[in-house]
Design a binder for this molecule. Structure first.
Ligand SMILES: [Zn+2]
Length: 79
C-alpha cells in the first residue's frame, strides 16, 4: 500500500492523511482542554469568592486563606 492507494472512490491515502492528522490533533486538543478544565474545576472547589472591605479587592481566594491577597488585611476581621 502506498500513498496513491485508492481507499474510497477517488480518495487516496495521501489525501486522507491530513484529515487523520487533523482529527488526531483535534482529539488531543479536546483531551487537553478537558484535562485543564477538570483541573481548574477541582481547584475552584477549594476557593471561595471574597470581596475585601478594606481595599475593595475581589476575586477567588483559598478556602483556607486568612488574609486579603492584596492588602493583607485579616479576612476574619472584615466580616
Ligand atoms: Zn484587601
Amino acid at each position: 500500500m502506498n500513498l496513491d492507494t485508492i481507499i474510497l472512490n477517488d480518495m487516496t491515502v495521501g489525501q486522507l492523511l491530513p484529515w487523520i492528522g487533523g482529527a488526531a490533533l483535534l482529539w488531543f486538543i479536546v483531551k487537553l482542554y478537558r484535562f485543564l478544565f477538570a483541573k481548574k474545576k477541582v481547584n475552584l472547589q477549594h476557593t471561595v469568592y471574597f470581596a475585601c472591605g478594606h481595599c475593595q479587592w475581589e476575586g477567588q481566594i483559598s478556602k483556607f486563606g486568612t488574609h486579603c491577597p492584596k492588602c493583607n488585611a485579616a479576612i476574619g476581621d472584615l466580616e
